[in-house]
Design a protein around this ligand. Structure first.
Ligand code: ADP
Length: 249
């Protein structure tokens, strides 16, 4: 079973902006895919489609299938539990008075018992290296900690596909390193939309390059990111780590 099958997805915003023009790709279970492209390429719009945040993208010619479930209105509650979207700005995602309440929000929607919810909150906070943060106030945490609390909420809800929108933006070098090892340690399929191409090289087996709402290229990370003419033509640069590889890489 694939984690995701996307076929010919198109989307125009209500003001007429054409954001996605026939996007197709698949994602295997457990795979990490880098979603790259210049600003305005359609990366965030595509992520929002994949857990049904935008109006139904299905027409006769297009489809999104998540773990074998077609994106139909009747499947949306289940799809939204399986697919966790980590917002670019964690302040848009965290809204409860305590970390425990925020992380518990997803599992509560699944109707689990309070004992099970407490256990999930504890486990997922440990997974993101924030054990004991339950009573803390989310808005008094650092940017990196807020991101990890938001991620813990997705893990507590048992998301099997994680969509990460610019997860390393705003992190200091240590926070970025911690994020990288955290994402590597998670077994879930992941789509990482980012300008941080070093992160993509470190984590992603494959890359999908978007420009002007279209898939320009999709393939193995190093092949694609090493293609200097392709990168430059799409407003990107070959990442430093590929131009000057470390001898032990
Ligand atoms: P990226 O994440 O790659 O920067 P986006 O998905 O944010 O790209 O944007 C894709 C296109 O859709 C851009 O042309 C952008 O200006 C447009 N867009 C994004 N959000 C909206 C919106 N709410 N209304 C109208 N156009 C939008």
């Amino acid at each position: 079973m694939n984690a995701l099958e996307v076929r010919n997805v198109c989307y125009d915003y209500p003001d007429g902006t054409r954001a996605l023009r026939g996007i197709s790709f698949t994602l295997a279970e457990g795979e990490r895919l880098g979603l790259i492209g210049p600003n305005g390429a359609g990366k965030s719009t595509l992520l929002w489609h994949l857990n049904g945040l935008l109006p139904d993208p299905l027409t006769q010619a297009s489809s999104v299938t998540v773990f074998d479930l077609p994106m139909l209105p009747s499947h949306l509650p289940l799809i939204r539990a399986r697919v966790g979207l980590l917002f670019q700005n964690p302040d848009d995602q965290l809204f409860c008075p305590t970390v425990a309440d925020d992380v518990a929000f997803g599992p509560q929607q699944l109707g689990l018992s309070s004992t099970e919810i407490d256990a999930r909150v504890k486990t997922s906070l440990s997974q993101v290296a924030l054990p004991g943060f339950e009573p803390r106030h989310p808005h008094r945490l650092s940017h990196g900690e807020k991101h990890r609390v938001a991620l813990a909420g997705l893990l507590a809800a048992d998301a099997r596909l994680l969509l990460l929108d610019e997860p390393s933006a705003g992190l200091d070098p240590r926070g970025r390193r911690e994020l990288q090892s955290l994402l590597r340690s998670l077994p879930q399929a992941q789509i990482i939309a980012t300008h941080d191409l070093e992160l993509v090289v470190a984590l992603c087996q494959r890359v999908l390059l978007l420009n002007q709402g279209q898939v320009v290229a999709c393939g193995p990370t190093r092949d694609l990111l090493n293609d200097e003419p392709l990168m430059l033509a799409n407003g990107l640069e070959r990442p430093h780590c590929l131009r000057h590889p470390h001898p032990h890489d």
